[in-house]
Design a protein around this ligand. Structure first.
Ligand SMILES: [Zn+2]
Length: 192
């Protein structure tokens, strides 16, 4: 999947969970940090791809991307597995624990879960593509849905652009419309 589909899927997964299990209270800082880390988790698995937007936006990103690509075993390897989710979640937890004294009002537990949700949503979305995902590394088998490759999505092609992306967007509109009161309440509590 392309970066923009991953970004949208990550925030949709986060929104869906927040709507299904409304959080008691959380600060605006927590919400903003959660969105930021959710988006990072949503694109992080593709750091193993030198051409990823993540690297393209950095001055010598292409070079760093190639080194990271080799280190992580190539595209759709460790960052696209449960092992990778555990590893990067652990590293993110270390980072958040380090940041906590600087941002004491932010609930780092929520932010951490937002990151994990973003990362897992990336793997789920990539599972729908022709390449599949090696969820159970070091077992090198790539899983895909549906099991027959022919019925899966090709990254960046028409089905993703014209069906998958608009469908997720529509889901967001439905979520927001059906939880309008919750959204208004949050905006009133924190932004006005
Ligand atoms: Zn990916």
């Amino acid at each position: 999947m392309t970066a923009r589909t991953h970004d949208l899927a990550a925030i949709t997964a986060l929104g869906a969970l927040v709507f299904l299990e409304p959080l008691r209270t959380f600060t605006l800082g927590t919400a903003l940090m959660a969105i930021l880390f959710n988006q990072l988790g949503g694109i992080l698995p593709d750091i193993d791809q030198p051409t990823a937007p993540f690297w393209r936006n950095l001055p010598i990103g292409g070079v760093i991307g190639r080194v990271i690509d080799k280190t992580l075993g190539g595209h759709r390897f460790i960052t696209h597995s449960i092992l990778g989710v555990v590893l990067f979640s652990f590293l993110t937890h270390l980072l958040l624990t380090f940041l906590h004294p600087i941002i004491p009002t932010v609930n780092i537990g929520y932010v951490w879960w937002a990151f994990i949700i973003g990362m897992v949503s990336h793997l789920v979305m990539d599972t729908l593509t022709k390449e599949g995902v090696p969820w159970l590394l070091p077992i090198p088998f790539k899983f895909g849905l549906p099991p027959l490759k022919e019925f899966r999505i090709t990254t960046g092609k028409a089905v993703e652009t014209w069906i998958v992306f608009p469908a997720i967007l529509l889901l967001d509109v439905i979520f927001c419309a059906s939880h309008y009161r919750l959204l208004v309440l949050f905006v009133h509590q924190h932004l006005i």
